[in-house]
Design a protein. Structure first.
Length: 79
């Protein structure tokens, strides 16, 4: 799976687990709702700065954000 899709799915899973709408997440992270939607759909190459904003808005650390089974087997060059 493409890393953009993995990151988007991780954000969506964390957001849904927290019962937060895309609109509320976007507001808390100071990002646009359509930008959040495009990240979740794997259509954006999101920067680490924006991942940090989103993680903070979801009350998770960057370490916890990437500490997920989806990222365990990810290696360079895999798609």
């Amino acid at each position: 799976m493409d890393v953009k899709l993995k990151i988007g799915q991780r954000i969506k899973n964390l957001r849904e687990k927290s019962s937060i709408s895309q609109k509320d997440l976007a507001y808390a992270a100071d990002l646009d709702r359509s930008y959040i939607a495009s990240i979740e759909n794997g259509q954006r190459n999101v920067s680490i700065v924006n991942i940090e904003k989103i993680a903070t808005a979801l009350n998770v650390t960057l370490k916890d954000f990437f500490n997920d089974a989806e990222f365990d087997n990810y290696s360079r060059g895999s798609k």
